[in-house]
Design a protein around this ligand. Structure first.
Ligand code: ATP
Ligand code: MG
Length: 576
């Protein structure tokens, strides 16, 4: 896949990059503009069901809806599809609003709830019943399934299908009044039990459910089904282009049937492919299971593909939007490499994250010929990618920490970092040569001794032109601040986490090493006051951000992503 060049924009603006590639939905809108359909208006909506936190798949839908409307001078509504009383909670409503806002999109004053339309929906149900287009059925759910037929066999008419309009109306009113038990009756559209499209075989419009609703309380004991709520809500809001995922393609004839019967605003449903990501599950139901079973620390665990999770992990809204715009839309479901998403995260953080030095697995270094108690303030560049970012001072002293990995007592072939007799550059510091080690009782190296060359201040080459093969990072020991660093790997070990043996579920594929907690990491002192959410590149290690668990004096960092970009390689290999 060739990536189009994209511009990054400030969060808050919903404008599409000028170079955004076209797609079939955009082409439909362009065509509608030509014919002046709806007077050239474009109105879209993002319609989450408040039964979980939003995930990366929703981000794709949000970007599509808001970007398309913005490009054509239209508007996007946020509508909660809250027709299912038992599963929906106010906590979810708040988290969803928060996530959409964080992505940088604004629904302004157009926040709606399908439940606000319950009166109108009921009035339409009455209208269809009076007109002989809907009837009350007494079949149980099991019987209804039996009568429905299969893809190859037509269905059969319910024995209640031919009730008079008057009898149906009375029964509907009694359903509403709460006279019947849950599941004992339904209101069904009277279409065609022999239709090749199962969705047209007299679909249920209303079911009886004596349950409290998070907004309407106990006002209703009958609730509209998705198919008799979604499209109607679209019409009420005069949605011109109702964009949804491919599994609703077979529902479109029903969507249109209701519009025709009710003679309401002709919204047009257009389907696109769901986002699937390797090593990731994008299903609220499964994510809820992970939360409820305590497999993760909550909906915003940084390993979760939820918007609140990746936000806590340190992903930026710009990176997510650039990713969503680059993958585009299609008419067939596929799977996107997680590495591609990470590529966009690195690309964005590379521009905005200041560089700092941090040591995650510390090993003490003592520079024996460096004056005791001397401290030098070394000049360090904040971000070579951003000339505006300037520089800072980093203290250098006789005792430092380096990464354990940057020292080998017996260096393997091609290992150019520190080892006895070997000289390396300490970034922004000095050239140092290893002169020996101190070991503990178990024979492990606990201190590395070095000698420095004063002629290499700032890490510059000495006048004799001597070169070293390796530059390593470090932190001054007496100045270091300690922190906890949480290092994440993929949450699942399989590309397709749903691929399991018989009798197992996707939790069998959870990666036992998805979280590693490192305590006692050593950070340069400039990080001391960094606020939760701040993002940094720890030189040579990756991108990290400050976790909200941080307290003054005890910082906690999350590793957002390692430095190595595997996407460019995948892209080359697959010859896309
Ligand atoms: P889930 O299966 O995770 O519960 P859903 O489709 O039931 O997802 P909704 O809250 O109904 O979730 O979705 C709101 C909008 O987001 C819908 O228009 C839906 O089509 C879209 N959406 C949900 N998941 C994805 C995805 N993986 N890729 C693209 N769009 C998605
Ligand atoms: Mg849903």
């Amino acid at each position: 896949m060739k990536l189009p060049s994209l511009t990054t924009e400030a969060s808050g603006s919903a404008h599409v990059p000028a170079a955004a590639p076209s797609n079939f939905i955009r082409d439909i809108i362009l065509e509608d503009q030509k014919t002046n359909k709806h007077g050239g208006q474009v109105q879209t909506r993002f319609p989450p069901e408040p039964n979980g936190y939003l995930h990366l798949g929703h981000a794709k839908s949000i970007c599509l809806n808001f970007d398309l409307a913005a490009e054509f001078g239209g508007k996007t509504n946020l509508r909660f599809d809250d027709t299912n009383p038992s599963k929906e909670e106010t906590e979810y409503v708040e988290s969803i609003k928060d996530s959409v806002r964080w992505l940088g999109f604004d629904w302004e004053d157009r926040l709606f709830y399908a439940s606000d339309y319950f009166d109108q929906l009921y009035a339409w149900a009455v209208q269809l019943t009076k007109g002989g287009k809907a009837y009350v059925d007494d079949l149980s759910a099991d019987q209804m399934r039996e009568y429905r037929g299969t893809l190859t066999a037509p269905g059969r008419d319910s024995p209640h299908r031919n009730r008079t309009a008057e009898e149906n109306l009375q029964l509907l009113e009694r359903m509403r009044a709460g006279e019947f038990a849950d599941g004992s009756r339904t209101l069904r559209a009277k279409i065609d039990m022999a239709s090749p499209n199962l969705n047209l075989r007299d679909p249920v419009m209303y079911r009886i459910l004596h349950a409290e609703h998070h907004r309407t309380g106990s006002k209703w004991c009958i609730y509209p089904m998705y198919d008799f709520a979604h499209g109607q809500s679209d019409s009420i809001e005069r949605i011109t282009h109702s964009i949804c995922t491919l599994e609703f393609e077979d529902h479109r004839p029903l969507y249109n049937w209701f519009i025709e019967q009710l003679e309401i605003f002709p919204s047009r449903q257009i389907e696109f492919d769901r986002l699937n990501l390797t090593y990731t599950l994008l299903s609220k139901r499964k994510l809820l299971q992970l939360v409820e079973e305590g497999r993760v620390r909550g909906w915003d665990d940084p390993r979760m593909p939820t918007i609140s999770g990746i936000r806590r992990r340190g992903y930026t809204p710009e990176a997510i939007k650039n990713f969503c715009r680059a993958i585009g839309v299609s008419k067939t479901n596929g799977s996107i490499e997680l590495a591609m998403l990470e590529h966009f995260v690195r690309e964005d953080l590379n521009k905005r994250a200041p560089r700092v030095m941090a040591v995650l697995h510390p090993l003490k270094v003592i520079i024996d010929n460096y004056p005791e108690n001397q401290v030098e303030e070394m000049e360090a560049v904040n971000n070579p990618e951003d000339p505006e970012a300037g520089s800072r001072k980093v203290p250098f002293s006789r005792e430092l920490y380096i990464e354990q990995d940057d020292f080998r007592e017996v260096p393997p072939k091609q290992y150019y970092r520190l080892s006895p007799g070997r000289e390396v550059r300490l970034r922004y510091g000095y050239f140092v040569t290893c002169t020996g080690v101190t070991k503990n009782g178990r024979g492990e190296v606990v201190e590395v001794h070095c000698a420095y060359d004063p002629a290499t201040r700032g890490g510059n080459s000495p006048p004799d032109g001597r070169k070293v093969k390796s530059t390593i990072h470090w932190v001054s020991a007496p100045h270091a601040i300690e922190a906890e660093v949480r290092v994440y790997e993929n949450l699942f070990t399989k590309e397709d986490p749903d691929q399991v043996e018989a009798g197992q579920d996707f939790t069998a594929n959870l990666n036992p090493r998805s979280l590693e907690i490192l305590k006692g990491c050593k950070l340069e002192p400039s990080l001391e006051k960094s606020a939760p959410g701040s993002r940094f590149q720890f030189e040579r290690l990756g991108y990290f951000c400050v976790d909200p668990d941080s307290r003054p004096g005890s910082l906690v960092f999350n590793r957002t992503v390692a430095l190595k970009d595997t996407w460019t390689k995948i892209e080359k290999k697959s010859g896309k």
